[in-house]
Design a protein around this ligand. Structure first.
Ligand SMILES: [Zn+2]
Length: 290
């Protein structure tokens, strides 16, 4: 389930449900993201200990539960400092889960996958990065997200890019803003690095092909929504049914909640572009093309 893979002399990726970057200077480790769960964090710490590496700093690419999930565990066991964009969400992770349900989330959205333990995480800023590190903003997947570059030129891109394995999943991938995410894809494609590491999937050296595969997914989903909204249009739940029927996938509450967020990101962009209008008919809110 877990594997430590060297990427350069000092940079490693700890493969697991969420990839964790590791950079070693002397016997000190900086990690990028902290795993999805306490179990992931315990496995990470076991690997660091086995090599005699002492954890100093956690840098989160963004504040989603599967990236900050190990912050609290690592802090409890090592006293390391944790830094994240929008750290409030790492301090009060219930707000991440509330984002998925617009209210206090029910039990299926309070498992560890959606609800991390709270941690004393501080604001990530470039002047607080360890020597030689740099970061660049790529919002869209969420409100604030950074790609973090190690001194030996490994670029950990968070969820700006999904790996090829991840893209095989039949789903709408979670995101927050269509225009911001598409802009981030355009910009990450212009980057040069020895290797690019998405948080889910294998590292790649050719970023253009992976970016194209990611862009194709979001463009296709946008086309489907426009197709389904033609004529009389559809309600939110009719759209969800049409999309998941076409994906040959059965919905459940957690999948529904995650993907309603993504659907709203598309609808928000299409309403702003004057391609879709939202209108209530018989007290049913319907989205249809103009
Ligand atoms: Zn994420």
């Amino acid at each position: 389930m877990y594997e430590l893979i060297p990427l350069r002399e000092r940079s490693f990726v700890f493969r697991g449900p969420t990839n964790v970057g590791i950079y070693i200077r002397g016997d000190r480790a900086t990690v990028i993201d902290s795993g999805a769960t306490r179990k992931d964090a315990a496995a990470l710490l076991g690997t660091l200990d086995a090599h005699g590496w002492k954890l100093e700093t956690v840098l989160n690419t963004h504040y989603h539960a599967d990236h900050i999930g190990g912050n609290a565990y690592l802090q409890e066991h090592t006293g390391c400092r944790c830094f994240s964009p929008a750290p409030f969400f790492a301090q009060v992770p219930l707000m991440n889960a509330a984002f998925l349900f617009y209210a206090e989330p029910p039990a299926p959205l309070r498992g560890e996958t959606f609800l991390a333990a709270g941690s004393r995480t501080e604001q990530l800023t470039s002047d607080l990065l360890p020597d030689g590190f740099s970061m660049k903003s790529y919002p869209g997947h969420c409100y604030e997200q950074y790609a973090i570059r190690t001194p030996d030129d490994v670029l950990f891109v968070g969820d700006v890019l999904l790996g090829y394995e991840e893209l095989q999943q039949k789903t709408m991938f979670y995101f927050y803003s269509y225009p911001q995410h598409m802009d981030s894809l355009d910009r990450i494609e212009q980057e040069h690095a020895h290797v690019f590491v998405p948080s889910h999937g294998s590292p790649v050296q050719e970023v253009a092909a992976l970016t194209a595969a990611n862009r194709a997914h979001f463009l296709q989903m946008r086309e489907w929504i426009l197709e389904f909204c033609a004529g009389d249009g559809m309600s939110q739940d009719e759209l969800m049914k049409a999309i998941f029927d076409r994906l040959h996938r059965h919905l459940h509450l957690a999948l529904y909640s995650l993907n309603v967020c993504s659907l709203h990101a598309y609808l928000s962009a299409l309403i702003d572009e004057h391609q879709i209008i939202a209108r209530a008919k018989g007290n049913m809110m319907r989205f249809h093309t103009i």
